[in-house]
Design a protein around this ligand. Sequence first.
Ligand code: GLU
Ligand code: ZN
Length: 500
Amino acid sequence: MPAVPVAADAPVRVRFCPSPTGNPHVGMVRTCLFNWAYARRTGGTFIFRIEDTDSARDSEESYSQLLASLRWLGFDWDEGPEVGGPHEPYRQSERMGIYADVAARLEAAGFAYRCFCTPEELEERREAARAAGKTPGYDGHCRELSDADAAAYRAEGRQAALRFRMPGHDFTWDDVVRGELQFAAEHVPDYVLVRANGEPLYTLVNPVDDALMGVTHVLRGEDLLSSTPRQIALHNALADVGVGQGTMPFFGHLPYVMGEGNRKLSKRDPESSLQMYRDEGYLPEGLANYLALLGWSFGEDREFFSKEEMATVFDVARVNPNPARFDLAKCTAINGDWIRQLEPVDLASRLVPYLQTAGVLSETVSPEQMDLLHQAVPLVQERMEVLTQGVSMLGFLFVGDRFRVNADDAAAVLTDESAPVLAAAHEALRATQIWDTAAIEAALRDALIAGLGLKPKVAFTAVRVAVTGRRVSPPLFESLELLGREVSLHRLATARAERR
Ligand code: GLU
Ligand code: ZN
C-alpha cells in the first residue's frame, strides 16, 4: 500500500470536532480557538463537526450547550451545524450510511477483517501476553480466518466486529507542533473500527470524515497522539478504496493543560468548566485571550489581545509542545484588564443579566435603573475582575427595601463600638442640605475625623457597611450621592438603631 502524500499546497481546512458528552470545558475551547485562528490566519476553512456516534454517552443537552458556548465565545464556522456546507450533514449521527459503506469497502479490499473474539477471550489473551512479558495488544487471532472458520463462529451465534489490519511497519510523521514522531509497529496492533453490534467507532468515523471533508490539518490535544499512527494507516487505506481526496492531513498535537499540583487539568476540575466562567461573569473576550496563552504566545511579551488579533498572526508551527499550566489567577487578571477597557455603557449592559440572575434587577429594567447603572459603572470598573463582583458591589443601589447588610460584614464591622460612629454620621448627613459627593465628604470628615478623632478607615468602613451592605463597595461618598439622601439616611438610621 503506497503512502499517500500530505496535503501540502491545498488551502487550509481544519476542523473542531467535539463529542457532545458532559459539559463544555476549557481544553475543548483551546482546541477550537487554535483551529479557528489557524483557519482565519491562512484564509482557510473552519469546519465544526459533531462527533455524536456514541449514543450511550452523547446528549442533545450537551449538543445545545456546545453550540451556545461557541456562540457565546464569538466563534463563527464556515461549515457545520446551523450553517451547512458542501459536506452535510455535520453531525456524525446522521452519517451512519456513509460509515457502513466505507466499512464494507475496507473489508472487501482486505484492509479490515471480521473479528469474532469476545471481550473475555481478548482479556484472557492480553493477560497471558502481559504475564509472558509481551506487549498486550490484539494478537491477530482472526486475521486469517477462513470462510469455514467464520461460518463456524457464526453458527455459535457469535457476532463479529470489524478490525483494521495494521500494515505491520513502524510509523513516522512530522508533527506540526512536536516535530518528527515515531511509533513502533508492535505498539499499534489491529484495532476495531465497527463494534459487533454494528456501531462504528471514533477510530473509523473521525478519519473517514477528515478524508471526505478534505481536512488538511488535524490539530487536536496531545491525549489523541496515540491514535495518530492508526489514523495514518487508515488514511492510506481510504485513499486506496477511493474515499476522500487521496491526501494525508498534517497532524499537530496541542500540549496538555496542567492544573494544580502538576497533574492534567481534568474535566471534573471546577476551573475546567466553561459554565463556571459564564456564571462568574468572565467576558468571552477575556477567556479566549487567556486560553490562547496555553501553548502559544503573541510574542513581544504581549499578553493582552483579542482572538481576532491572534488570528492575524497565529501559526500552529509556533505552538509550544511543552505542557501549559492553567493559572486561574492569571486568567482572572486578564479578564479584569478586559473589563477595564470596555466602554462603560457596554459594561453596564453586560452587567444587566448578572444583576437579573442575582435578583437585584427584575426582568424589565426601567430607564431610571439603567440611568443609575450608567452612573454607577465608572465607580466599580477599576475594582472588578469578574462581572459578579460588580453585582455584589452595586446591588445596594437597586434593591430598595430589600436591602440587607451582608452578615459577615455586619459581624466584622457593625460592632458596639460603631454605634457612636453611625450616630455621628447620621446626624451630620441629616444636617447636610446639599446632597453631592463634595458636601457628603465634607460633612462626614468633619463629624467623624475632626469631631470623633477617628482614623478614616475606621470611620468610613462603618458607614460603608451600613449603607452599601459590604466592606467592598464603590467609593463611599459617590455611593451615598447615587443612593440619594432619603435612602442613605434611612439605612444609617436603621444601622444605628440596631447598634443601640
Ligand atoms: N471527537 C474527538 C474528541 O472530542 C475528536 C478528536 C480529534 O480531533 O481527532 O476527542
Ligand atoms: Zn479476533
